[in-house]
Design a binder for this molecule. Structure first.
Ligand code: MRU
Length: 375
């Protein structure tokens, strides 16, 4: 996607051929700062502090994190320690484990001297797969948008509401929830995006608004509690969000607040779609509410808000009385019954166990085999 008109991926190999570049997302939209990851610790820190974020991108960074670790220590012990450190960096998005397992499987049988090279190769493939998956999600989601255009007056936009950032900044490129939007826009279809600001870290206001703006897609940032009102007044044609983990029965874990949007959509007859790349599927869990670990983050994300001052400084101000207790759950679970459909790289499917197993039999059987091996 574009930054200042230049096509850019969210992760790349640096010119030295071994270190890895990312965009420091904690500074967006005020500064576009590129960050070089040269060690395992750099990769772990970037994921834990959310300099890099979004389920698929976390997976890609973790994959390269293993490669960086193996350059320094290619022993079985080194591999195990790096795997554990990266896995612990963020607990909810399953893509992290998915990517680590893929890289670990690619290097385990190699002699230590060849492990780092094998890890870099697999990490590169994971990045390319992500882009191909998102392009396929985009094509299937575009069909939905085209159907909605049929009910519009000439020039009237299709109004899409999204939550958090499931855009190209959350993936290697294109995004998941945003892929159909970019494709529609590029084909000259009038789309307009309602962007939830997404407290406490404001990924919608800071990141989704940034990338839609860079690509020229019309959008409006709204406070998180506005979506229900818009839906009651017929101002939202459909909702599309990303996800950090989808269970075998189709429960959807995504950024905190997603569930409330699904409830409002259900009450108002607004279709609620989830863009789901297959690495985000977790067939080892079924009941999302009971089985998915929900990350709890620092109180400071809730007690403070950061932004740019009039003279260009980035500052954080406190917005609650000193000593006030706060809760900061990073994600929530939307039950499958509230999901109109899952937009996957293999087409749009129902959020239920049968449809998921039929569409992804390869993933389902691999999960059963892994469970058996662990028993
Ligand atoms: O905490 P974040 O910013 O990593 O959360 C991101 C989201 O919830 C996204 O919607 C999700 O990762 C899907 S990204 C394609």
């Amino acid at each position: 996607m574009k930054i200042e008109g230049r096509a850019t991926r969210s992760i790349w190999m640096e010119a030295d051929g071994w270190s890895v570049g990312i965009i420091d997302q904690t500074l967006l939209p005020h500064r576009v700062a590129r960050l070089r990851l040269a060690t395992l610790d750099d990769a772990v820190r970037a994921i834990a502090t959310m300099q890099t974020r979004g389920a698929p991108l976390i997976g890609a960074v973790a994959a390269y994190g293993l490669a960086l670790a193996l350059r320094a220590d290619a022993s079985d012990r080194g591999l195990g320690r790096a795997y554990d450190a990266l896995l612990a960096a963020r607990p909810t998005a399953i893509n992290l484990k998915w990517a680590l397992d893929r890289v670990a499987a690619a290097v385990r049988d190699a002699v230590p001297a060849e492990r780092a090279a094998a890890a870099y190769r697999r990490a590169g493939e994971i990045c390319d797969e992500d882009v191909a998956i998102n392009a396929a999600i985009g094509r299937h989601g575009l069909d939905l948008i085209e159907r909605l255009v049929a009910g519009k007056r000439p020039g009237e936009p299709v109004n899409i509401l999204t939550h958090c950032n499931a855009g190209w900044l959350a993936t290697v490129d294109l995004g998941t929830a945003t892929a159909p939007i970019y494709m529609a826009h590029d084909r000259g279809i009038a789309v307009h995006v309602w962007v939830d600001e997404t407290r406490p870290r404001n990924q919608g206001a800071s990141l989704t608004a940034f990338e839609l703006g860079q690509h020229g897609v019309p959008h409006t940032v709204i406070p998180d509690n506005t979506g229900g009102h818009l839906m009651q007044h017929g101002m939202v044609d459909f909702v599309i969000v990303g996800t950090d983990r989808v269970t075998a029965r189709g429960d959807v874990c995504n950024k905190i607040g997603t569930y409330l949007k699904a409830l409002a959509a259900h009450d108002n007859g607004v279709p609620f779609y989830v863009a789901l790349p297959s690495p985000t599927l977790d067939f080892t869990v079924s009941d999302g509410l009971a089985e998915i670990p929900i990350e709890q983050r620092a109180a400071a994300e809730v007690t403070g808000v950061s932004g740019r001052t009039a003279d260009g400084r980035i500052e954080t101000v406190t917005i609650v009385p000193g000593g006030t207790p706060v809760a900061n759950f990073g994600f929530d679970v939307t039950p499958a019954r509230l999901v109109s459909g899952l937009i996957t790289e293999r087409g749009i499917i129902a959020a239920d166990a049968r449809a998921l197993a039929d569409a992804f039999p390869d993933h389902a059987s691999r999960a059963v085999a892994t469970e058996r091996a662990a028993e």
